[in-house]
Design a binder for this molecule. Sequence first.
Ligand code: AMP
Length: 496
Amino acid sequence: MNFTSLGLSEEILRAVTECGYTEPTPVQAQAIPAVLSGGDLLAGAQTGTGKTAGFTLPILQLLTASKKPAVGKGAIRALVLIPTRELAAQVEESVIKYGKYLNLKSMTMIGGVNINPQINKLKGRVDILVATPGRLLDHLQQKTVDLSHVEILVLDEADRMLDMGFIRDIKKILAVLPKQRQNLLFSATFSDEIKGLADGLLNKPAMIEVARRNATAELITQKIYPVDRERKRELLTKLIKDHNWFQVLVFTRTKHGANNLAENLAKDGIPSMAIHGNKSQAARTRALAEFKTGKLQVLCATDIAARGIDISELPHVVNYELPNVAEDYVHRIGRTGRAGSEGEASSLVCIDEHKLLNDIERLIKREIPVVQIPGFEPDPRIRAEPILNGQNRGQGGRGQGQGRGQPRAQGQGKGHGQGQGQPRAQGAGKPQGTGQGTGQGRSQGQGKSQSAPRPGGQPRAGGNSTSHTGGAPGHVQLTVGGGLPPPLHRSGGRGR
Ligand code: AMP
């Protein structure tokens, strides 16, 4: 399929061709005709699928073709609600890019910046408004925006907006929109809350769902690096330096953690900055720009701040700390391996996080290969501690931080290597131990009291150490197969 068969105008096709797109992505192939037909749409698609063009292109077309009488200055015709500032800016960039041959005006409306230039801009013509809910509500309260002519509403990343506590703001905004309008809702996940929102908002919507990247993430090489809590930074520095990783997006659980890590990596000689909601918009924009050009080697981010960052072909995502919510892992690794390029998602996992890892592997329905870096083997004497700092959902606007990410004790040390219990199913039929090289085959689990739990607290069934280890290039050691290896050693993968 190509774009010409989708019914888009010549001006839009020209702009799309200039972007280098040759064929529509699956979400575009389905969403564009659905939106052009004028009906409501419920789309299951996340960032990285091309969903922005999926709604922007047909909106541009509809607004251009609309027979409605010209409306006054500041009367918005299409409203796109977006959870975060960065994503809002990116979406408006797309609107400008795809609409460059059209006579439509757009505007980004986000918090964290002076409101007056926005008020001034609204005095002129704005056809398409891309806004975060909090700032839009401020404008509504000040009566500086007119939403009474909105023909099309988009709720983008609706799940994230609800996670961030925007539901009340959204409802207030919906209340002032004209009843007669077209509604498009995009969400990566469908919780009951999203379904409730969709039921109340959408009228006989077309429904599309494109494969989630996590379901098919062949292009993303995922790895677990077991390490002690206190040695994560040391290991990260080593990995970055040994492998000469550039453009590394590192996720931490808290803003404080992101700041600390960025400072410490910089001390280790690795140019790094943190990006999160406590930073000024200018600082966030600068960090992102430097990261995109490759000037900044590492960007440390919390989930909310990184949400929606579109950096194509991002080679490395590191989970410095696993997220409290398994689905955030999917969002995080979705930053890499995009647009057909390969990416690597590495997770530094300490004993506190085994339960989280278990949740993630259940969600993505696969075991993530474990790579043990020699010299960083977890100390078996260290016990799991509760993770108490999960409340890092405080960025991107107002009223965030509710709902998920509550402190939660994990890895309670159940089943400490007693040699009982069931071995965990190892990805049925997955070939193991092939092509791993020969290495020195260090024997594992013998003469050691390796007693930390397997992820989720399931001890591997005891037995002789039959695991193979492969001395893969780059002095990474891999553990494959059964036996009684230390925690988290299970399947192999090339240690790059
Ligand atoms: P999105 O999911 O909307 O954030 O888009 C992800 C990335 O895919 C962006 O960098 C887009 O520029 C790019 N993209 C969107 N549509 C296409 C397409 N049809 N072909 C190639 N790249 C695309």
